[in-house]
Design a protein around this ligand. Structure first.
Ligand code: FES
Ligand SMILES: [Fe+2]
Length: 378
């Protein structure tokens, strides 16, 4: 792990609650980058839809055919009414019908009918298709991009991080459980907390038993051999304690191992992939968990935590699945509580800016990334 060799300032406190700054981040990041909004498996049949929210934007994510998912702004081209009154459902007969004056669209977004409208010469239905949004998939995850022209492809955006999980058959895996949690903190507070383990010894005693290096308050072993116990591998990456097979309360799991992982991946017990800022994925030898992040206001965020298994495992190993969920839920709760404390303290009139300690290198990297995204706007 790279560590900071000098103190670095944190971001200005106001960036965590100022409404104008929040809107600036929505524009520069959330409305320009690829953002994960769900899974292909959420839309098994043609006509199925979910509504995704990014900042103030509501999107209809619809299965338009067996092979295709289309995404549209949830707004009618007539006078802008919301089209979907439920957050998920099925468009009957392949028709998206506005609840206001019943303008009717196809699953491809074409305006098909405008019932009761008095005809005029200059009206062309083709001018009023739904506003479409870019969508692409990786590992069964659906990503959207609200830019007119995304600055990079999804593959380029995911980059090397996605390769870290190449050996997990993510697109074949199925969601066995999903939980939504609202936190009273800015989205960056949660992302920062995820980026360091300085808090782990105090906040996550259960996790520290499973991953001993976290007791030192770092995310992996440094290049300093003195930090590295004999049980650690040569690669310096964090790994589970000897005898621990997965992330559960007692470190034990009877879930069947996922085929195709390397010896190093099995020994490490976890592999992280971070797709700043909307999702990170933690892949274990027997299950996978993702955390999606949805900013809902300057001082609020919604988390969507989901657990994935190979098909059929839930049916054969239900109790074990519950134990796995219990562990993840415990960590999220612990993190959520300190994130909300962090947010409350940031409101102090005296605390204009804090300081990063050496173990917070990844926070600094995140801040540099953020400043780069904000560019001249910041
Ligand atoms: S606003 Fe949708 S039909 Fe009028
Ligand atoms: Fe944590």
């Amino acid at each position: 792990m790279a560590i900071l060799t000098a103190s670095k300032p944190t971001l200005p406190s106001a960036w965590y609650y100022d409404p104008e700054h929040y809107v600036m981040e929505l524009d520069a990041i959330w409305y320009r980058d690829w953002v994960c909004v769900g899974r292909l498996e959420d839309l098994p049949d043609t006509g199925d839809y979910i509504v995704a929210t990014i900042g103030s934007q509501r999107l209809i994510v619809a299965r338009s055919s067996a092979k295709e998912v289309r995404v549209f702004h949830d707004t009618c081209r007539h006078r802008g009414a919301r089209l979907c009154t439920a957050d998920q459902g099925h468009f009957r007969n392949g028709r998206i019908i506005c609840p206001y004056h019943t303008w009717t669209y196809s699953l491809g977004g074409d305006l098909l009918a405008t019932p009761g409208r008095i005809e005029v010469e200059d009206f062309r239905a083709a001018d009023y298709s739904l506003y479409e949004v870019h969508v692409d998939t990786w590992g069964g995850f659906l990503f959207v991009n609200l830019s007119d022209e995304p600055r990079e492809s999804l593959a380029a955006f995911l980059g090397e991080e996605a390769k870290l999980l190449d050996n997990w058959p993510l697109s074949e895996m199925e969601t066995v459980h999903e939980e939504r949690t609202s936190l009273a903190c800015n989205w960056k507070v949660f992302w920062e907390n995820y980026s360091e383990c300085y808090h782990c010894p105090r906040i996550h005693p259960e996790l520290c038993k499973v991953v001993p290096v976290y007791k030192k308050g770092v995310v992996d072993y440094s290049d300093d051999p003195a930090w590295r116990p004999a049980s650690a591998g040569d690669d310096g990456r964090a790994r589970v304690a000897p005898g621990v097979s997965s992330w559960t309360m007692d470190g034990q799991s009877s879930l069947p191992p996922i085929d195709g992982l390397t010896a190093a991946e099995k020994a490490a017990g976890m592999s992280f992939a971070s797709f700043t800022a909307s999702m990170f994925v933690v892949a274990h030898p027997d299950y996978v968990r993702s955390v999606r992040i949805q900013p809902t206001g300057p001082e609020s965020v919604e988390l969507v935590v989901a657990w994935y298994l190979m098909p059929g495992i839930r049916e054969s190993h239900g109790d074990e699945v519950d134990r796995v969920i219990e562990f993840g839920r415990c960590i999220v709760k612990q993190d959520g509580e300190v994130c909300e404390l962090n947010q409350q303290g940031l409101r102090s009139r005296r605390h204009k800016q804090g300081v990063l300690v050496p173990q917070e290198q990844y926070l600094w990297d995140f801040h540099e990334w953020l400043r780069g995204r904000l560019g001249a706007a910041a």
